[in-house]
Design a protein around this ligand. Structure first.
Ligand SMILES: *[C@@H]1O[C@H](CO)[C@@H](O)[C@H](O)[C@H]1NC(C)=O
Ligand SMILES: *[C@@H]1O[C@H](CO)[C@@H](O)[C@H](O)[C@H]1NC(C)=O
Length: 181
């Protein structure tokens, strides 16, 4: 008997709490429900909320904004890399191997930016499979940049964190675009 009561109590709590969250998130905050489907929820919330367009965007609008955010990040990455190179930062090992890794990374991020621009066009046309493969390609570009440093044993990538952040933004954009399917 007692365990049946407990079961009902449990079900009651479960049902009322999910009804509450549906009311709080589902209807009132599309950003929160949408970000709930991504792998990097905090990053999703902070990056989308920084963009004033998010407030009135529908799901497709949020997917576009997430893609734009990834694209801007790729462009910033290109300037970051260019700056690192020109700074001639003495904390970085500027040998020819390192310089060629940095050049490769600039190329990879130029490709990534192109892939994300194409993904935006594909999203416009609701070609979700194309959006998926283009965002995945952009993430691969960033992985290729990161992996380049690993070709020399004692070399450490100075870009690990920024590459990861870019990848996480792309992952979120991909997860949001997938919700449209
Ligand atoms: C890319 O976005 C992340 C998350 O907002 C940020 O921390 C990072 O600095 C950005 N990358 C560049 C190169 O600005
Ligand atoms: C960086 O500075 C050193 C010493 O000033 C110089 O020899 C080297 O050529 C510079 N490298 C680049 C990539 O500018």
């Amino acid at each position: 008997m007692a365990s049946t009561n407990l079961l009902f109590l449990f079900l009651f709590i479960l049902l009322s709490s999910s009804a509450n969250s549906a009311r709080l998130l589902g209807e009132e905050d599309l950003i929160a429900t949408t970000c709930g489907h991504t792998l990097y929820v905090d990053l999703c919330l902070s990056s989308l909320r920084e963009d004033p367009r998010s407030e009135t965007a529908d799901l497709k609008g949020l997917a576009k904004i997430a893609l734009d955010i990834s694209l801007v990040n790729a462009t910033k990455m290109i300037s970051h890399l260019t700056q690192l190179k020109s700074q001639n930062d003495t904390s970085l090992p500027f040998d020819s191997f390192f310089s060629s890794c940095m050049d490769d990374c600039i190329d990879e991020y130029q490709e990534a930016a192109g892939n994300l621009e194409d993904a935006n066009d594909a999203l416009e046309k609701n070609s979700l499979a194309t959006v998926d493969s283009l965002i995945t390609a952009a993430m691969t570009d960033s992985d290729t940049c990161e992996d380049g440093f690993g070709d020399k044993e004692e070399m450490e990538s100075p870009l690990t964190e920024k590459n990861r952040e870019f990848s996480n933004l792309c992952s979120n954009a991909l997860a949001i675009a997938t919700l449209l399917g």
